[in-house]
Design a binder for this molecule. Structure first.
Ligand code: GLN
Length: 306
């Protein structure tokens, strides 16, 4: 099959996604996300040199939700390397992102850092280290995206907090094992704030570039070593899309992280980052149109690891 230029691959991605756009469910369990127009679609490709190509609604902000979990993990690994793996494992989970069933019974260690239980532990560590996990994350996103005023959507954060019984239950379970350093209330405040960051496809693609650049940030400084960046990409490949990680690897073949706001961030090491957004979700809580778009993009361009 002949490979095409990025602009043409983006057109094909949009074409492939079109039948899925608006089909599926919104993340209604977070009231602030229930009113988003599901018929939107945007995609951005940022290359390692900082050039960006976009199509559709790539400049419309959306709720990053679980995509934030990659960045909090990167900040914790940057600060203290392998330490975090004492408190969270890194094996794929065949269960949904909000499962209770993924804590090992002895140590209360969540199965990976991207299911909610694992992400709470990572946020807890970042908060214990910095005193302000969500602010630390927001500052990284501001610097790397180039938008100095990006922030969280307060309605989304408040509504997730008010409806967050399951997240509270998971956090209490972690606390019962002694696997939280801060209080249940504090860790959840920080977690919903990080998930409620509002960013565009263009901004997220730029912010994720250090993962494609062996850990190097936009100012040339090193956030992660090349080995740490490789490892975080590997965890994204195996765990980033929850119980559809196998299907996702089969169709897209890239390390990726999805969020219930409908965004998916995918890394093409040494090439760049793709970010796609369309709010309607498939059964595993990842954007159905986003999956179709990335499938087509990696098929028609040479931006793939396989
Ligand atoms: N904030 C959401 C939750 O905890 C994030 C889930 C997701 O995006 N998969 O349920």
């Amino acid at each position: 099959m002949a490979l095409v230029r990025i602009e043409d691959a983006l057109l094909r991605a949009r074409e492939a996604a079109a039948p899925e756009v608006g089909r599926g469910r919104l993340a209604e369990y977070i009231p602030g996300l229930a009113s988003v127009d599901p018929h939107q679609f945007g995609m951005a490709i940022a290359s390692v040199d900082g050039q960006v190509h976009v199509i559709g609604d790539a400049d419309v902000p959306f709720s990053v939700q679980s995509i934030s979990k990659v960045f909090t993990l990167a900040l914790v690994v940057a600060a203290e390397g392998e330490e975090i793996w004492k408190r969270v494992s890194r094996e794929p989970s065949g269960n949904p992102f909000n499962s209770f069933l993924q804590l090992d019974q002895e140590a209360g260690r969540p199965r990976n850092p991207f299911i909610n239980a694992g992400a709470l532990v990572v946020t807890d560590r970042l908060h214990a280290m910095t005193g302000d996990a969500s602010g630390t994350l927001r500052d990284l996103m501001r610097r790397e995206s180039g938008r100095a005023d990006l922030d969280m959507d307060l309605d989304v954060a408040r509504s997730e907090l008010a409806a967050g019984h399951r997240t509270f239950a998971v956090a209490h379970l972690l606390a019962s094992y002694g696997n939280l350093e801060t209080s249940v209330d504090e860790v959840i405040n920080q977690y919903v704030a990080q998930c409620a960051l509002s960013m565009t496809c263009r901004e997220l693609a730029l912010a994720g570039l250090f993962l494609a650049r062996d850990g190097v940030l936009s100012d040339g400084s090193q956030l992660l070593s090349a080995r740490e960046a490789k490892r975080i990409n590997a965890v994204m490949l195996t765990c980033g899309t929850y119980d559809s990680a196998g299907e996702f690897a089969y169709r897209v073949g890239l390390p990726a992280k999805s969020g219930v706001g409908g965004g998916i961030l995918a890394v093409i090491p040494d090439r760049g980052v793709a970010c796609v957004w369309s709010p309607a979700l498939g059964p595993s809580g990842s954007s159905a149109a986003g999956l179709a778009a990335l499938d087509a993009f990696t098929t028609y361009s040479d931006w793939t690891v396989f």
